[in-house]
Design a protein around this ligand. Structure first.
Ligand code: SF4
Length: 325
């Protein structure tokens, strides 16, 4: 008879922490807590995950590995780009950065030759969902073990979460018949309920919530709100400097010779452009987005990072899996 394995993806945010505490309270059998490290988290989130590991429950860290896909892309660049007549200097520049760094977020972007965006949200899937499926869920399903994937989503976060079912069977392994279920036990919780769960167990929330962050995740997330971006720029300039260095590297891996962390068509005010010939890191790089975040409503008032239909002050990642907070 197959056993049931309860899997929780811990992001370091409040909802997945509350979910983990709930699962422990309920004595969920064969419980596993997994942290999918994007390589783009704030140092305080890494410390917080360690705190949860030491104080609450053992947490297994997993990472996506893009080395095979970067190698295939490098082979493509070395042959196809040259056949297409791409200048040799550009080919050599791209090949020089097409080497895995071991940082999943950066390697993903080097492989893609671009950053994710609010319209091309491949980051959550590639950095969190797929590694959890491949490294945690599939190995269990393939030997006939049922998996229950606990998801820390709440109805009041966004419209697309409002009507989610509490339980649903997502997959059945064709060979073993083992089942993968999604389970969302905090769907009807409020933010207050989530923090109350922390207090009940004497567990501190991620300290970033006390430093102006409405959400905890990548630093910054592609869905960062204008006010969050301002806070990040003021409090954590080293993170913005890191992203600025990544813009340089990813740009060198790009056929366009340019990659900005935030989509340039979304940059508000006079910087906005969809014309690739008009894009520059000086005018559209991540520090420029921080400069824009400093502006009040007025000439640059268009709020570029707000996802349509989302509420003020709530998490903006639209993943229904709750993998990003
Ligand atoms: S936190 Fe944001 S940037 Fe990071 S994987 Fe999730 S959606 Fe992408």
């Amino acid at each position: 008879m197959s056993a049931e394995h309860n899997i929780i993806s811990v992001s370091g945010g409040k909802d997945s922490t509350a979910l983990l505490l709930l699962a422990i309270e309920r004595g969920a059998e064969n419980l596993q807590a997994v942290f999918a490290d994007t390589g783009h988290e704030h140092a305080q989130t890494y410390e917080y995950v360690q705190y949860l590991n030491d104080r609450v429950f053992p947490i297994r860290t997993i990472k996506a590995d893009f080395s095979a896909r970067i190698a295939a892309k490098a082979a493509f660049v070395a042959t196809k780009w040259r056949e297409q007549g791409i200048p040799e200097a550009k080919v050599l520049r791209a090949l020089a950065v097409m080497k895995p760094t071991g940082n999943p977020f950066l390697d993903l972007c080097v492989w893609k030759g671009r950053f994710p965006s609010t319209k091309a949200r491949f980051c959550s899937e590639e950095l969190k969902r797929n590694p959890i499926i491949e490294q945690v869920q599939r190995p269990l399903l393939s030997v006939g073990e049922d998996v229950v994937s606990w998801q820390g989503v709440r109805r009041d976060e966004s419209e697309n979460r409002r009507n989610l079912p509490e339980r649903e069977c997502k997959d059945v392994d064709a060979d073993t018949g083992a089942e993968l279920w999604n389970y969302r036990p905090i769907l009807d919780w409020t933010v207050d309920d989530v923090f109350a769960m922390h207090r009940k167990h004497g567990v501190e929330p991620n300290p970033l919530y006390r430093q102006g962050m409405g959400r905890v995740g990548c630093m910054p997330c592609i869905h960062a709100r204008k006010d969050e971006l301002l806070e990040i720029g003021l409090r954590f300039p080293e993170e913005i400097d890191r992203v600025m260095r990544w813009e340089q590297i990813v740009g060198e891996a790009s056929k366009r010779d340019m990659a900005t962390f935030f989509a340039t068509a979304q940059l508000a005010g006079p910087q906005a452009t969809s014309d690739s010939a008009d894009i520059s890191l000086e005018r559209h790089g991540v520090w420029q987005a921080i400069e824009w975040a400093k502006t009040s409503r007025g000439g640059w008032q268009y709020d570029i990072f707000r996802v349509e239909g989302e509420q003020e002050g709530v998490a903006l990642c639209t993943s229904i899996y709750g993998l990003c907070e």
